[in-house]
Ligand binder design. Structure first.
Ligand SMILES: NC(=O)c1ccc[n+]([C@@H]2O[C@H](COP(=O)([O-])OP(=O)(O)OC[C@H]3O[C@@H](n4cnc5c(N)ncnc54)[C@H](OP(=O)(O)O)[C@@H]3O)[C@@H](O)[C@H]2O)c1
Length: 322
């Protein structure tokens, strides 16, 4: 009888232990869901917009934006000029730089400098170092980026594979690395500054553009390492992983091929204009180490994490190989 009693007690105890574990697991999942679906978007795209954020002007007089003459970079340049920062833009063509330079001076009355260099050439960093001399740089936006010509090509289908890959790695990865190497030391010395590294939502491995995607993975990983290394240095380092932004780069890569239906739908519902994207993304600086820039792209990244990679890969490969 006593034995039966002890067994029953043990049985009940094991049940209550399972119950506690279950309750903890459910509570943890609920907190995660609330955090992902409500608190994070509320914090990044509403609170960050209305509350006073980083005082950019107090970080230094100048913001350096690579690829600042067009697209997302131009959006960042405009947003930072609006906040009173002088802008140094580094892009390829004089005429595009000149056009944006005039626009920033006229609309915001700030000082603007531009440097015309081609980041596919690794010799350009001496010129950039020279141009940076004596500038009090508070913000660096590592934005310049390029692709391999189409977002619907497997690795071996990329035209002129070796040259194309070299160019993408130089523009997307080497520029970000070297610009950090040039500017981070003065920020660490001042114990203040902001570095934003523009990666892509596709950094997790987009089969239709493998070299571009892998180059963005490099940007995200290095940015993350720098952020963790200099966490307590006073310098804010942020990684930005945008979804679809309607720019020349997007057009040149995605219009060049037949998109599978899910990408067409993604474009129709989630694409944003470059200036809207940048203005929302600037608000998130100081609020998060990794940002998708805007609310739509935040939810795209949440969905992408839930979605099945295998199904997406299959749909994409069907289109590419047909
Ligand atoms: N658009 C999207 O959907 C999307 C999505 C995810 C991530 N991104 C990333 O966001 C960043 C900006 O892209 P975007 O769409 O705004 O591109 P974009 O509209 O094509 O603008 C690119 C900028 O970079 C400059 N640039 C390009 N190649 C250059 C080179 N070899 N040397 C010097 N400057 C060069 C361009 O200058 P010139 O005008 O003088 O050539 C222009 O100012 C990139 O890193 C891209 O990977 C974009």
């Amino acid at each position: 009888m006593e034995c039966l009693y002890t067994e029953s007690i043990e049985y009940i105890q094991s049940f209550s232990l399972l119950g506690v574990i279950g309750l903890v697991a459910v509570t943890y999942s609920l907190i995660n869901i609330i955090n992902t679906l409500l608190w994070t978007p509320f914090k990044l795209f509403l609170l960050a917009r209305v509350l006073p954020g980083v005082d950019f002007r107090q970080l230094g007089k100048w913001a350096v934006v690579t690829g600042g003459s067009d697209g997302i970079g131009r959006g960042y340049a405009r947003s930072l000029a609006k906040r009173g920062m002088n802008i140094l833009m580094i892009s390829k063509y004089h005429e595009n730089l000149h056009r944006t330079e005039q626009e920033l001076r006229r609309e915001y009355g700030v000082d603007v400098k531009s440097v015309a260099v081609d980041f596919t050439n690794t010799e350009v960093y001496e010129t950039i170092r020279h141009e940076l001399q004596g500038l009090d740089v508070g913000v660096l936006i590592n934005n310049v980026g390029t692709g391999t010509g189409s977002a619907f090509q497997t690795f071996l289908q990329i035209n002129n594979l070796l040259q194309s890959t070299t160019d993408v790695l130089r523009v997307n990865c080497i520029s970000m690395t070297n610009m950090c190497a040039l500017i981070l030391p003065q920020m660490l010395e001042k114990r203040k500054g902001v570095i934003v590294n523009i990666s892509s939502i596709g950094q997790s491995g987009y089969l239709g553009s493998p070299v571009y995607s892998a180059s963005k993975s490099y940007v995200s990983r290095l940015s993350d390492c720098l952020q963790r290394t200099y966490r307590n240095s006073g310098v804010i380092i942020q990684t930005v992983e945008p979804g679809i932004v309607m720019t020349d780069l997007y057009m040149s890569e995605y219009e060049n091929g037949t998109a599978p239906k899910f990408l067409e739908t993604a474009k129709n519902y989630t694409s944003v204009a470059a200036e809207d994207f940048a203005s929302s993304a600037v608000n998130t600086i100081g609020w998060t180490g990794i940002s998708n820039g805007c609310l739509k792209h935040y939810f795209v990244s949440v969905l992408a994490k839930i979605g099945s990679q295998k199904t997406i890969d299959k749909k994409l490969l069907d289109v590419i190989n047909n």
